[in-house]
Write a protein that binds this ligand. Structure first.
Ligand code: ATP
Length: 302
């Protein structure tokens, strides 16, 4: 446990909010080029899935985070705590909160775990602190925390452009997926750092994925999967190809890596099919989940 921030006066009676914060997968991700600010210009289709962290927010004198997860920081670099500190500053508030974070989403896995936790804290504290900020105003705070955070305020499926933060709603397709994580973490900076100009593309594949989602057919979605970053990841981590080969051998309609990896996923015909695939690819050294896509919000108050 770590104490963070300035002591503040307790105001009002203690209250508590329980939230779930869902992960995402990138059904498509293309790198279009490099921007002057050092970021890459991307086009991506993000989709929320029902693998979620659980957060409890409680009134407290200070900003504080507790977690049993060993692989996430508990200081001000934790995105959940950073979200609370940023919101407090922007709201000119002196309130505190105790965040209890139960991690279920693997860390540094391309599933947006830290970003969804940050979005959950923004949604939760907006309520707990009675701020009544609009979604648009919360999104302005979200983008200062990370390019994926606005997506988690949005949920469902969305086309992301710019650095991934400019969002356009897409119809969510009811899909069953199998996620496989090698229990090896890759840093986003490392994977983006391996992108060569020859890998740049024009966003056509991502637009194809948006059209496939509109068709609501899992087989069309499976055929439209693609992630430029996968080429970088496969050249450095053998597990990526091995996990995708295992998913394909087990009957997945199509496979891809999510975000900067190293989690990969396969599209199944149904949730039962996803469970069968999951049972077939399960290995002691890999973590596997059968999940459904979420049509509604990624952040839910329980
Ligand atoms: P990215 O958004 O960079 O693609 P990711 O989804 O691959 O990230 P995260 O699980 O968000 O991965 O972790 C990225 C880094 O953020 C890790 O090094 C981790 O230590 C740090 N981090 C900070 N806060 C959190 C959090 N609440 N949960 C998970 N990781 C966090």
């Amino acid at each position: 446990m770590l104490w963070f921030g300035v002591l503040s006066k307790r105001s009002g009676k203690a209250r508590r909010l329980v939230l779930s914060a869902a992960a995402k997968v990138n059904l498509a991700l293309e790198v279009l080029g490099r921007r002057n600010d050092g970021y890459h210009e991307i086009a991506t289709v993000m989709q929320a899935v029902d693998l979620s962290d659980r957060l409890v927010l409680e009134d407290a004198d200070v900003l504080e985070l507790r977690t049993t997860a060993l692989d996430v920081p508990t200081d001000g670099t934790n995105l959940a705590l950073k979200a609370a500190a940023t919101l407090r500053e922007m709201a000119g508030s002196s309130r505190g909160t105790r965040i209890t974070l139960e991690k279920r989403i693997p860390v540094a896995a391309g599933l947006g775990g830290g970003s969804t936790d940050a979005a959950a804290v923004l949604v939760g504290l907006n309520r707990l602190w009675g701020l009544r900020w609009s979604g648009a105003r919360l999104a302005e705070v979200a983008v200062t925390l990370g390019m994926d955070v606005p997506f988690f305020l949005h949920g469902g499926a969305a086309l992301g452009t710019g650095r991934g933060e400019r969002l356009e709603s897409l119809p969510s397709c009811a899909l069953a997926l199998v996620l496989v994580n090698p229990r090896v973490a890759a840093s986003t900076a490392e994977i983006y750092g391996g992108v060569q100009p020859a890998m740049y593309s024009d966003g056509g594949r991502t637009r194809g994925m948006a059209a496939a989602l509109r068709s609501r057919q899992p087989s069309r979605v499976a055929a439209a999967l693609g992630n430029t970053l996968e080429r970088v990841a496969t050249s450095r981590y053998r597990e990526v190809e091995q996990m995708e080969a295992a998913l394909q051998a087990a009957g997945a309609l199509g496979t891809a890596m999510s975000g900067s990896g190293l989690t990969v996923f396969g599209v199944a015909r149904s949730f039962d099919h996803a469970r069968q695939i999951r049972a077939r690819v399960a290995r002691a050294r890999w973590a596997c989940w059968a999940v459904r896509t979420l049509r509604g919000p990624a952040i839910r108050v329980r």
